[in-house]
Design a binder for this molecule. Structure first.
Ligand code: BGC
Length: 732
């Protein structure tokens, strides 16, 4: 009898447990663990114990929680209490292209590949949380962190962020989507209070986060440094409690940016679940553990002990942190991850190949035949400058990094490749003491230029590789750029060289738009972003045409800085404080008119439009067909595209929606769909994109809801925001 009961039980139990969803099991385990934790242990898991970790509870089998930057690779180990490198020899990584490059691929599959590849490196390094992706909207071309984000459009950013998140998390590593929210500049980033209307907040600055949560299923979000509604965004009643956790139902952990918490009471009540810091030095002699001084450490503990606050908020924070752990380091799965594998190099190269944008190509200057036997002159500091290191928190220790110059040399084995520097910008860099290099050239600027001039005279091809770099006040965290133009006198140099050489190729390395006053003289321009470990190989793929460029700009290049929406000090950099708290006030008075929404509404012709990117082949768009002319739940828009050239290649088909008549002022058109399609010469495929009523809507502040007004909407499909090939009208 006994044994029969046991047999029955053994048959029933697995069935019973398989009835219980993974999420239910996690919640059950969270409750079990929480019920056994002491107050000290609970406080211990919600704040940092080192630069990148928070404490576990060993007696309950809860490990320490390890995080790391993000987003372009896994940051090398730092010291326990300091930012400098731990000087380990096993923490160099694959460096993936910057997120602007990923956005420029307009390829959801590549975004998922990126996430799963970098996530595997994080898992290998035993990180539970990877601090990325960054999805703040590019509001000004000068923001120092544009290169870590995904451009100026909320739809594109969200569509790329969600698969990145899913990819990372497929490794049992949480993505931490940052910086939530309104962190659109580095200048005074801790002290700027953003004044933005609800419509702009919901239409421009929130959708990428919303998609990362709702469609990407993000397990953690990082609060930002700035303030909104006079509260820091790491403990903000509206953005965290009301919107993120309330309206979107986010059940993960809200992690503070490092040093982003400022106040224990607000931190208790306004949703931050885990506090990390920048300034604490826990190693000073005679000092009790400084981490105890964190806002969510002793100050919180004392408030509970004294009865000033109860434990409800603490339990909720712990629940979220435990849930994060059970989804990652405590998931009980044997994912080992992997590091620096040939597959990861191939992934990095594929993403770089897909994101390089051919901005201009006149007179067939590109591609250059790989069998070329002539003289190729490569100019510019960026041809030889390592770029994995730099940029601050996203700085990486590359296992290897192929420079542009080395990539070009390898790709043209029969040619004579000659290098000339032409200018000297930032020849050294201190990379948290794990990477120091010095490419200082003793020549004067005049000599550098005259040597370059001499070299190009008898060249068959001339390629100038310049742009920005990742030094402070370039594409780098902590400060914004000071000028829209290229630094180090490059404009004059390019102008001079372009006068001598009508076939000059300019490769721009940057994560932000830059001015190109000489554009009329230069026939070929490529946008190279920061391409990571495989920089030189990927660029050579495009230069030789072994890869047909298919990237499209995720942001506009205005001709001049004055063309962009920022017109007043109140808009940027903000009004200096007259208040004792030192808070700067900034007003996003341009509203929803950010990026192409601004240029189009004001009929300002940009240097290169949002969505622009050329190919070595040509594509013909056929007529749009609609699943229905009338919008109910959704409409599928189908567009046939044919490769009419002689080269295989991929095209990004972009769908914009324009509201013909509206009770509010709306942008001329807004991106609401896209698809990337690869076509052999002569091949034709139909690209299908689906739009829903939300894609026709604006956010109505008064009713606090998305409103789609009845009437006609135009569907515009094309190869760029300024290259619409076909249109159709639909009705709601
Ligand atoms: C940055 C974050 C980063 C964190 C940890 C902060 O200064 O804003 O993006 O993840 O440092 O390095």
């Amino acid at each position: 009898m006994h044994s029969i009961t046991a047999l029955v039980a053994s048959l029933i139990l697995p069935i019973a447990s398989s009835c219980c969803s993974k999420q239910d099991k996690i919640e059950k385990r969270v409750d079990e663990l929480l019920s056994q934790m002491t107050l000290e242990e609970k406080i211990g898991i919600i704040h940092a114990q080192s630069k990148f970790s928070s404490r576990g509870v060993p007696r309950l089998g809860i490990p320490d929680l390890w995080t790391d930057d993000g987003p372009h690779g896994v940051r090398p180990e730092t010291l326990w209490d300091a930012w400098s490198s731990a000087l380990q020899s096993n923490d160099s990584c694959t460096v993936y292209p910057s997120l602007t490059c990923l956005a420029a691929t307009w390829d959801r599959d590549l975004a998922e590949l990126y996430g799963s590849s970098v996530g595997a490196e994080a898992r290998y390094r035993k990180k539970a949380v990877l601090l990325g992706p960054g999805v703040n909207i590019m509001r000004t071309p000068l923001c120092g962190r544009n290169f870590e984000y995904m451009g100026e459009d909320p739809y594109l950013s969200g569509e790329i962020a969600a698969p990145y998140v899913r990819g990372v998390q497929s490794n049992g590593v949480a993505a931490c989507v940052k910086h939530y929210c309104l962190n659109n500049q580095e200048f005074k980033r801790h002290n700027v209070n953003v004044n933005v209307d609800d419509r702009t907040l919901y239409e421009i600055y929130l959708p990428a986060f919303e998609k990362a949560v709702k469609e990407g299923g993000a397990w953690s979000i990082m609060g930002s440094y700035n303030l909104y509604n006079e509260q820091h965004c790491c403990h903000n009643e509206i953005t965290i409690n009301k919107i993120l956790k309330g309206e979107w139902g986010f059940d993960g952990a809200l992690i503070s940016d490092w040093g982003g918490v400022h106040n224990t009471d607000e931190a208790i009540h306004n949703g931050v679940d885990l506090e990390f810091g920048t300034g604490t030095n826990g190693v000073d002699i005679n000092t009790k553990n400084n981490y105890d001084k964190y806002y969510l450490a002793l100050p919180y503990y004392n408030k509970i002990k004294s009865g000033e606050v109860g434990e409800d908020e603490l339990n909720e924070k712990c629940r979220r942190v435990l849930r994060l752990m059970l989804r990652t380091s405590m998931d009980g799965k044997y994912y080992f991850g992997s590091m620096n594998s040939p597959e990861h190099s191939a992934d990095a190269r594929k993403i770089a190949d897909g994101g390089i944008v051919l901005l201009k190509n006149e007179g067939g200057v590109l591609p250059i035949c790989s069998e070329s036997t002539g003289k190729i002159v490569v100019l510019g500091e960026n041809a030889i400058k390592p770029m994995a290191v730099g940029g601050s928190s996203s700085s990486l220790k590359a296992r290897y990094e192929i420079s542009f110059l080395d990539g070009i040399k390898a790709a043209f084995p029969n040619a004579e490749v000659v290098y000339e520097r032409a200018y000297q910008g930032e020849p050294t860099i201190e990379g948290y003491n794990y990477s120091h290099y010095d490419i200082t050239d003793p020549r004067t600027p005049e000599q550098l230029l005259s040597d370059a001039i001499e070299a190009v005279k008898d060249a068959d091809h001339v390629i100038f590789i310049g742009g920005l770099n990742k030094a402070v006040k370039m594409d780098c965290e902590g400060a914004d750029r000071l000028q829209y133009g290229l630094p180090y006198g490059q404009d004059e140099i390019i102008d001079t060289l372009a006068t001598l050489r009508k076939d000059l190729i300019f490769i721009n390395v940057s994560g932000s738009p830059v001015a190109m006053p000489w554009i009329g003289k230069v026939p070929a321009v490529l946008q190279a972003w920061y391409l990571g470990s495989e920089t030189g190989n990927a660029m050579a793929d495009v230069l030789t045409g072994s890869v047909n460029p298919s990237g499209k700009l995720p942001f506009t290049f205005p001709v001049r800085y004055e063309d962009c929406p920022i017109k007043t000090e109140a808009q940027y950099p903000g009004i200096a404080p007259e208040n004792p708290k030192g808070i700067w006030e900034e007003v996003y008075s341009e509203g929803v008119f950010v990026g192409y929404r601004w240029y189009e509404a004001n009929e300002i012709k940009p240097l290169f439009a949002f969505g622009h990117g050329l190919s070595y082949t040509s594509f013909e768009y056929g007529k749009i067909s609609l699943s229905s002319k009338k919008m109910h739940k959704s409409i599928t828009v189908s567009v046939p595209v044919t490769n009419t050239g002689k080269t295989a290649g991929a095209e990004v088909v972009q769908l914009y929606v324009s509201d013909r008549e509206s009770s509010v002022v709306r942008p001329v058109k807004e991106l609401k769909g896209f698809g990337k399609v690869y076509l052999e010469p002569g091949e034709k495929k139909v690209v299908k994109m689906t739009i829903t009523p939300r894609d026709l809507s604006f956010f109505d502040s008064a009713s606090h809801s998305w409103v789609a007004e009845k009437g006609e909407f135009e569907i515009l499909v094309g190869a760029a925001s300024d290259d619409i090939r076909c249109r159709e009208v639909i009705y709601l």
